[in-house]
Design a protein around this ligand. Structure first.
Ligand code: ADP
Length: 320
């Protein structure tokens, strides 16, 4: 392949810039022309792109967000949108694409590959909800952000003997809330994968810890469950502990990527271009047990991973 494109699509995640940097530098160093495509599949269909060089990606490894911007596109899901994207690739001489995003973006990359434009996808999402991959780009940073924010909330719950009920992102997946909950020492963690009984798993646990003289509490709740304001009211009514709800929101999506995310993104970006250099497309780059691998996109989309119930049990035993 002589010319490749790179785009970021779907929800942004810290570390996407480090992945773009690795893609551009690997491509340029191997004699390829690399186009940076703005705003995901929208930029591809609308021919909104520019040629990047080694210096286009200077000073971005440390920055959150994505210098290529991200977007969602309904048009790209239509046949007309797909044809427009293919036309632009032909005009620009783009032989292959690197798509950085979540599983929705992977579906787009699979469709494009099937239409003759080989794509390699890189998992960038704070939700860590990609079946074939132990850790996605942005997850570690988001987890550290949640921990930092909840530590701050915890300071004030301590000062006032309160309960903080905190909503954490993750879409339909509980990885972020579970692991951040362990790191924050949350009294209760509610996540979509594990059925819960509010009375037993929150109220009774709080009452039990009250009997051992605990006076301030943190309850962490997945956004897939939501309802933190009502939960705070119920906790206050049933336990007598003054309670406050916090929705962390988009603070979790931004910020400087951690070292772990920068390294993961660099490895994945490098690997993606190595695949395209060999003419291989329709792959997802992944990491399993610290090893960088790749899978057929269709197979990857069918793969699932499950929450470690042992981890949840451990958290419940030591956060009492
Ligand atoms: P994420 O990549 O973070 O999961 P989305 O699910 O919103 O985010 O997907 C990002 C974009 O990928 C969508 O706006 C759309 O353009 C494209 N996409 C999603 N699903 C499909 C699909 N089934 N076929 C083709 N393109 C898709």
């Amino acid at each position: 392949m002589k010319t490749i494109g790179v785009l970021t699509s779907g929800g942004d995640a810290p570390g996407m810039n480090a992945a773009i940097r690795a893609v551009v530098r690997t491509g340029c160093e191997n004699g390829m022309k690399v186009f940076g495509i703005n705003r995901g599949y929208n930029g591809l269909m609308e021919n909104d792109m520019y040629e990047m060089n080694l210096r286009s990606v200077s000073d971005i490894i440390n920055r959150g967000g994505t210098i290529l911007y991200s977007a969602r596109s309904e048009r790209f899901k239509t046949e007309e949108g797909m044809q427009a994207a293919i036309r632009v690739c032909r005009e620009r001489g783009i032989d292959g694409l690197v798509v950085i995003g979540g599983d929705g973006s992977f579906r787009g990359a699979r469709d494009l590959s099937l239409h003759g434009v080989p794509c390699v996808a890189i998992p960038g999402t704070i939700d860590n909800d990609i079946g074939c991959c132990d850790k996605t780009i942005g997850y570690d940073t988001a987890m550290n952000t949640v921990v930092e924010m909840v530590d701050r909330i915890r300071d004030t719950t301590e000062s006032h003997d309160r309960c903080a009920v905190v909503e954490v992102m993750g879409r339909g997946a509980g990885y972020l809330v579970l692991n951040a909950g362990i790191a924050c020492g949350a009294t209760s963690i509610l996540l979509p994968e594990i059925p819960f009984d509010f009375e037993r798993d929150v109220i009774e646990r709080m009452k039990r810890t009250q009997r051992s003289n605990k006076v301030h509490f943190v309850v962490m709740v997945s956004e897939a469950i939501g309802g933190v304001a009502e939960m705070a009211k119920r906790i206050q009514k049933e336990t007598g502990v003054e309670s406050r709800a916090t929705v962390l929101g988009h603070v979790q999506r931004g910020g400087r990527p951690t070292a772990a995310d920068r390294i993961l993104a660099s490895n994945m970006g490098f690997h993606a271009v190595q695949l395209l250099m060999q003419g291989i497309g329709n792959r997802v780059v992944a990491v399993q047990q610290e090893k960088i691998l790749d899978f057929d996109i269709y197979e990857a989309l069918k793969m699932t991973k499950t929450i470690d119930l042992g981890l949840y049990d451990m958290a419940m035993q030591i956060s009492i």
